[in-house]
Every structure is written in structure tokens, then in C-alpha cells.
Write a protein that binds this ligand. Structure first.
Ligand SMILES: [Zn+2]
Ligand SMILES: [Zn+2]
Length: 293
């Protein structure tokens, strides 16, 4: 796995700013993830579940016990044209009732869509798969495509998660179903309204780079230039882009708790912990701005 952050030195403290738990589609509970962060030698981890902050409290308690700092985050799946554009949000005030109502309705849309995709797999390919089986993969939080993929792997229909996405449930596959999404602008605004710092996630995975520029235009404060699926050239490119626009550079592995050589592992991407202070400072500014409106 590539880590192209040049400030990586042994004596520094590191944070992996992009991870998932069972509160969305990760395999590890928040406590298990924090324990693994300690083993991986990380001083801090950012927890960025899809459309959910439900794992944060447990993670913070575990972090206090084990001495691992938790950077509270979220990953919103927004959409522009036909493409999913992920926006990370750090240090949002996740106790806000209106925010939790909004996240609950986004998660409900995921269930409806998951059910439709399972029906498609049965109808189009005659696969022996049920929504009950997919639901069993969800320990907490909302259903996502990785849950469906895991059932397909378990049943021997595909050899791994990647094949499930390539052939059956990827964006342009016959069994794929769209679901309700926020627009990029709405996602960024939601994070700012909740007092957080919006960051464009893994822009190197976008098919249309116009969407990265749109996110910048709509006011992200940072770019996740360093990501486990970015090539060293992409890391460099997005780091330059961030600097050109006066944006912060963040980085993370996007660890979902999956093992296997092609899957990102916790701590594959290590950022210097100084970035945590930058994020906190920016969240503080956002908070002051939202309160003064
Ligand atoms: Zn993402
Ligand atoms: Zn992610």
C-alpha cells in the first residue's frame, strides 16, 4: 500500500483520519477499531462512518481507556450527475437533533436501496441471496453495498468484494440501484451548519474531476490528498491543488476492517498529528461563523 506523505518519520505521532466501524459498513466495532489503532502504533484515529455518528461515543470511551485520541468525523455520500462524491466532515457537533434527524433519513434511504439491489440480483441473475442474509451482515448502522458483497463472497458467487462491485453492484452494473443523495453543495453546507470542517474525500477515485473542482467551489476546507487508493502522483497532484486553493491536506486509509492484501489496512496512511490542531482550529472558526448568523 502506498503512503506518500513525505513527513513520515519514526519519532513523529501519527493519525489515520479515515476509518469505518460497524456504525456503517466497517467490520470492527468502535472499541475493536480503537484497540487495533493502539496496536498499529497510532496516537489518534478519525472515525468517519457513512451518514452516521453512532460509533463515536463508544470510540471516545475506548480511546480514553487506551490512550488513543478520537477525531470525530463523518463521511457523507453526496452525488453530482452520475457520480458519488464523498465529503468528510470533522469535528461536527454531532449531538444536534436536526443533524441526527437528517442522518436518520439518509440511512433509511440506504435500506430501501439495499433491498432493491438484492431483488435485482435474484431477478436478473437468479442468485440465491436474501435481504435477511444481508441484514445479518449489518451489526449496527445502515446497510451498504459492502454488506451485499460480503454475502456474495460467502456464498462463493464471487471470489472477493472487488469482483462483486465490478460485475454486479458497481455503479454501472445491471443490479445497481441509485438512492437519494444530498448534492455536493448540500453535503458541505450540512457539515458547516453542524460546526464541522468539510473535506473532499479521495478525489483520485472520481471519474470526472469537474466534481472535485465543484467541491472546492462550494467551499470544502480541505482535500484528502493522501488516500490508500491514490497513486504517489495523485497524492502529489491533490496536495498541490489544495495548496493552490489555500485548503488543508488530510489523509487516511479508508480502513473497513477487511483483511486481504488488496484491502487498505489501518495505519497504511499516517498523517502527522499536528493536523488535528488544524482541524480543531478550523471547526472553531466555522462554529463562530454559524453562531453569528
Ligand atoms: Zn468514500
Ligand atoms: Zn470511507
Amino acid at each position: 500500500m502506498v503512503c506518500c506523505f513525505d513527513a513520515q518519520k519514526k519519532h513523529e505521532y501519527f493519525v489515520d483520519l479515515h476509518t469505518h466501524t460497524t456504525a456503517s459498513d466497517g467490520l470492527l466495532t468502535p472499541s475493536q477499531l480503537v484497540a487495533q489503532a493502539l496496536q498499529a502504533g497510532l496516537m489518534a484515529i478519525g472515525i468517519t462512518d457513512h451518514d452516521s455518528t453512532d460509533g463515536l461515543r463508544e470510540a471516545i470511551t475506548a480511546g480514553e481507556r487506551l490512550g488513543v485520541q478520537i477525531v470525530p468525523g463523518i463521511e457523507l455520500n453526496t452525488k453530482a450527475d452520475d457520480e458519488e462524491v464523498h465529503i468528510l466532515g470533522y469535528y461536527i457537533n454531532y449531538d444536534l437533533p436536526w443533524l441526527q434527524d437528517m442522518l436518520a433519513s439518509l440511512r433509511h434511504a440506504r435500506w430501501v436501496r439495499g433491498k432493491r439491489m438484492v431483488e435485482n440480483l435474484r431477478r436478473i441473475y437468479n442468485f440465491d441471496i436474501s435481504f435477511e442474509e444481508v441484514k445479518k451482515e449489518v451489526t449496527q448502522g445502515a446497510v451498504g453495498r459492502p454488506h451485499i458483497a460480503r454475502v456474495l463472497v460467502k456464498k462463493g458467487i464471487v471470489k472477493d468484494i472487488a469482483e462483486a462491485f465490478e460485475k454486479y453492484i458497481g455503479t454501472h452494473c445491471p443490479a445497481y440501484e441509485p438512492r437519494y443523495h444530498l448534492t455536493i453543495e448540500q453535503g458541505i453546507k450540512l457539515i458547516k451548519d453542524a460546526g464541522g470542517v468539510p473535506v473532499l474525500a479521495h478525489p483520485g477515485l472520481l471519474k470526472d474531476q469537474k466534481h472535485a473542482m465543484l467541491a472546492i467551489e462550494f467551499g470544502v476546507n480541505g482535500i484528502e490528498a493522501i488516500h490508500s487508493k491514490h497513486t504517489p502522483e495523485q497524492c502529489e497532484h491533490y496536495r498541490r491543488l489544495a495548496h493552490e486553493h489555500g485548503l488543508i491536506v488530510t489523509g487516511g486509509s479508508d480502513y473497513h476492517g477487511e483483511k486481504g492484501k488488496d484491502m487498505p489496512q489501518l495505519g497504511d496512511i499516517k498523517m502527522p498529528c499536528s493536523i488535528i490542531e488544524d482541524l480543531k482550529r478550523m471547526a472553531h472558526v466555522t462554529n463562530r461563523l454559524t453562531q453569528s448568523v
